[in-house]
Design a protein around this ligand. Structure first.
Ligand SMILES: NC(=O)c1ccc[n+]([C@@H]2O[C@H](COP(=O)([O-])OP(=O)(O)OC[C@H]3O[C@@H](n4cnc5c(N)ncnc54)[C@H](OP(=O)(O)O)[C@@H]3O)[C@@H](O)[C@H]2O)c1
Length: 323
């Protein structure tokens, strides 16, 4: 069968042929339709992820949307979202192939009314925006939520999660003006460019009151430092990623004086039941047209081109179509 293959760490995926996987009992054999690319796929393939480099050659792709070919408890033809289970170089070959297998618990039946691409975007990226808002920070009607990196897919998911959870005010901060416009369209009340001269003052003013009560942070680095200066006393920060840099110098007096609460977040450490339930909740919002993301699809034959774009700043959720 056709598959994308990483032949060496640091290289681009190339189209190749591998043997189709066999199904063991308790596993679902899935014909793959759509696979989103994520920063983790790139980080693993470049050897920069903290989980370490996969053994080569391997098939990347840590999640996907497809149809059941054969399973113990799911009917053939059932449309499912699959993830986890070591897919994509974390123990087994991934989803960028015509077929993949996954433990059946990780094959989640999709509702009607959600496109493959949207269901794909709701996975790793959607959950990394949804769960920090809904589960880690438990955003509610009294909150003023600042989303850093709101122009990326995780950030756009966080903006929409904050809207759905009834946040009083939502501020989207990012670099690309068109991405900030998208964030406003899906629920942000105000937007702030990260290159503002006095970023902390701009973030505080946009949030209103004594600053944001919740900060959702896929960036770290300088934007996070500015957000601590802008934050209200007792603000909850949820740290998701390091797109702006792996380190940040925080001022002790600010963290102590405001009694800031800084939580870490990783999809990997969310209990599996909670993660699956959150995915189904998120995708049901998507099926009711309450969530959207800019998506750009590429055929499998152009996976190398899509991969390079993912490395350099995708500007949309990139999804590889296999069927
Ligand atoms: N913890 C988890 O479980 C988890 C799960 C998924 C993702 N993540 C992490 O979350 C982050 C966002 O993921 P994503 O899927 O949304 O990626 P994405 O769609 O590629 O978006 C990247 C975001 O980072 C911004 N950005 C990139 N470089 C920047 C820089 N030097 N300074 C400031 N902003 C910068 C981009 O801004 P512009 O578009 O405005 O340029 C965009 O908002 C990544 O770091 C990813 O590794 C973590």
């Amino acid at each position: 069968m056709k598959a994308a293959l990483i032949h060496e760490i640091g290289g681009l995926p190339e189209l190749g042929e591998i043997d189709a996987p066999e199904r063991d009992s308790g596993r679902a054999l899935v014909e793959i339709d759509s696979v989103p690319l994520n920063p983790i796929d790139v980080a693993l393939a470049s050897g920069k992820h903290y989980l370490g480099p996969p053994k080569t050659p391997y098939v990347p792709g840590s999640e996907g949307v497809g149809r059941i070919v054969e399973a113990d408890s799911l009917e053939p033809g059932t449309r499912v979202y699959i993830s986890d289970d070591g897919l994509g170089g974390r123990g087994r070959d991934g989803t960028l192939a015509e077929r993949a297998t996954v433990v059946e618990e990780e094959a989640l039946e999709l509702p009607e009314g959600v496109s493959d691409e949207l269901a794909a975007a709701c996975g790793t990226a959607g959950l990394a925006g949804w769960l920090p808002v809904a589960w880690r920070a438990q955003v509610g009607p009294g909150d003023r939520v600042l989303v850093l990196g709101a122009t990326g897919t995780v950030g756009l998911a966080a903006v929409q999660a904050a809207r759905i959870k009834g946040a009083q005010r939502i501020v989207a901060a990012g670099r690309r003006p068109e991405g900030l416009e998208e964030a406003r369209k899906v629920g942000a009340h105000a937007t702030v460019r990260l290159d503002e001269d006095d970023l902390a003052a701009a973030l505080k003013e946009a949030a209103g009151g004594d600053g944001p009560t919740v900060v959702i942070d896929p960036l770290w680095g300088e934007p996070l430092v500015a957000a601590t200066e802008a934050a209200a006393p007792g603000a909850r920060f949820v740290q998701i990623g390091q797109s702006a840099g792996p380190s940040a110098t925080l001022t002790s007096g600010i963290v102590r004086g405001k009694q800031l609460e800084i939580y870490g977040y990783s999809n990997f450490v969310v209990p599996a039941d909670a993660r699956r339930a959150a995915y189904l909740e998120l995708v049901s919002h998507a099926a009711r047209s309450e969530l959207e993301f800019p998506v750009q699809a590429y055929p499998l034959e152009r996976v190398g081109e899509a991969w390079e774009r993912q490395v350099n700043g995708p500007g949309a959720k990139l999804v590889i179509r296999l069927n």
